[in-house]
Write a protein that binds this ligand. Structure first.
Ligand SMILES: Nc1nc2c(ncn2[C@@H]2O[C@H](COP(=O)(O)OP(=O)(O)O)[C@@H](O)[C@H]2O)c(=O)[nH]1
Ligand SMILES: [Mg+2]
Length: 169
């Protein structure tokens, strides 16, 4: 349909930040794919969820959190309209999350920071003040559907959707 549009949003974050949880919460029908790597010693996980909002198909992709899967993150990130950087605030700020934030800033991709696990024991969102430049920051719990949906739709509203034509490879 001519008046339908689409957005590709990619979720970045360290292993255990809550990416799979977030995507499952946003779309209970989302797909979670795991592939064995490095002779079965490592699992690379990908997530894919879809949300339809006011005629806009929002496709949300989760990326592997392990540092050495940069190549997989690059493939998934191709053609993204925006990114979510998911941060676990029950752990202190880490170098890898800082690296992801730097990469998104230099790629000039619009991104929002979700401070996750704000409901968790030892959550300290204040420890992340000033860590992400001028990016918008949302405090969420990836387990809370309304918080996550609200934060996602607010972010999606700042992006420019594309016509929902066929994807050409
Ligand atoms: N308390 C709390 N735990 C969370 C939240 N989001 C994720 N978790 C937990 O954090 C762990 C890692 O989550 P997961 O989604 O697998 O992280 P991923 O590696 O980024 O995909 C799981 O045990 C989740 O249940 C949250 O908002 N609050
Ligand atoms: Mg995961």
């Amino acid at each position: 349909m001519a008046d339908e549009s689409k957005l590709k949003i990619v979720v970045f974050g360290a292993f255990g930040a809550g990416k799979s949880t977030l995507i499952k919460t946003l779309d209970p029908e989302s797909k979670h794919i795991e592939a064995n790597c490095a002779g079965g010693t490592t699992t690379v996980a990908l997530d894919f969820g879809r949300i339809l909002h006011n005629g806009c198909h929002i496709h949300v992709y989760g990326t592997p959190g392990q540092e050495r899967f940069e190549f997989a993150r690059e493939i998934i990130a191709k053609g993204m309209d925006g990114a979510i950087l998911l941060v676990d605030v029950t752990s202190p700020p880490d170098e890898f999350t800082c690296h992801l934030s730097g990469s998104l800033q230099s790629a000039k991709v619009p991104f929002v920071v979700f401070l996750n696990k704000c409901d968790g024991e030892g959550a300290d969102p204040a420890a992340f003040t000033g860590q992400f430049g001028s990016s918008t920051i949302q405090k969420v719990s990836a387990k809370d559907k309304w918080q996550c949906m609200d934060a996602l739709l607010q972010f999606a509203g700042t992006l420019v959707p594309r016509p929902n034509g066929r994807i050409h490879h």
